[in-house]
Design a protein. Sequence first.
Length: 543
Amino acid sequence: MSLVRAKGCTATAGAFFASAPYHDHDDPFERLIGYIEFRKAIIEGDLAAFTCLVGTMTQEVYGSNPAIRDACAASIFGHAATLEPDIEAAMKARGIAADWTRASLAAHTQAVLQGAFILAKATGDRAIARETVDHPRRYLLLLFETAPKIGASHSRGGSSHDWNSKSWNEGDLRNCPPVRICVQCTASISIPSSHEMRRSGQLRLRAVLTFALVLTAAAGFLLWRLADHDLDRRNSERFDFVSAGASVSGTLWLPDETPRAAVVLVHGDGAQDRTSEGGYAPLINAMLDRGIAVASWDKPGVGSSAGNWLQQTMEERADETRIALQLLARRFDGLARGAVGFSQAGWVLPQLSSNDADFVVLVGAAVSWQDQGDYYTRTRLAREGLDPPAVDLAIADQKKEDARIFGPEAASAPAGMSADRWQFIRINRYADARSALARLDLPLLAIWGANDLNVEPERNAAIFRELVSGRNSQSEIIIWPGATHGLLKSSAYNWQLADDWTWFAIMRFVLEGRHAFAPGALDTVTEWILARGKVGASVRQQS
């Protein structure tokens, strides 16, 4: 998909620049200046609207994906090549003798533009990009106005070769540029004056300093944001236990200061390792920074854990979580501990009691497996363009097909589905959290993104309120505005499956880290957890 996006970006940009107004100038040098001014003029609106996708992709995949890197290079240098004919024509028109090539100058323009985009992203301000793009315009004027000229005349009135002309005199020599005479022919080459050379050197020094500043700022910004994805720098220890006779392997990450609370993370659906392939890292780092210790483990059969998660019922997943919480209790005697679960964990964590934990947090939980499946399919079909009657018909057909495939008379998995996945759905497809929620005796924070595409937020939040509200004053049921199924910003990350993410979204997530979450969502979760820790400490002091 990334290769397609890089090539599509090349085609789209090519058509856009081919029709740009700077091509209307007759003078090739004016076309070059017009190109720079056009690039400055289109630096408007949202950052994503004017910055370069292939430039961003190059920074992320240059060392890991040669095919995408090469496609990005072809796009960048292909665009630069469109400037080369005008550069060559301008050099000839002005008789420029240079130690640089048209290709190197064209590449230089792209280097400055890419650096300008990095600065804009680092500051969130397009103004700095516009200011930076002013510099290549000045540089072009410097190159083409002060560069050595082939065949330039040293005299005002006579032929450049007529040294005995009566029109030439000593005053003319003092007033014209110094010359170097070629011993092989009678042509002369104009040499910049010392003032011009000093000015040129100053401008080049400024260009070097500006470029160094761009690189320094970009590197600092990247290191700051990438730290949200780095868990190796954190204090940690093994978090291993045995569940259902199989060894489970995990990690307990510790805050720099004394922990104020501790949680275990309980995965949603899928073959997830302890960090969900790195997706948990910004969340874990945010919790650690607030003094919350975090434990997570590889699902059975994933990473270093034995067993097979596809053979687990929701009840068995709850038992696994209880064992993890017991281990956490032994590690932190007297510290408030709880479970934070995602999506499918909505059928797991309500089964816990006050004997198991001090609190529970659910993100994007569904009450009914059947209802959640209908909503997921309905949303997907609507996004594909089906009208409501067609969606209703498809849902009805799907229910019939599910009864045939997963019902008691089904003998084997359908084509395209593994036997393990088929069996997992068969043993869990009637999961419903209502009875567990009705007897839950733990403080609960249940939170959904308002733009959740996987679980219907309003319907599920209403059921939670009906079953939980009034039974524990510390419980909160929240629908968070502008958020996805996983509480990320829906304006940037709203897909039903992680596999659907574009490369641009992936790279944006890498750059944003914890700031990829909807504003305030992470703070709400961590503050609620810390409040439970204070309550627990107060109770322990009273006892």
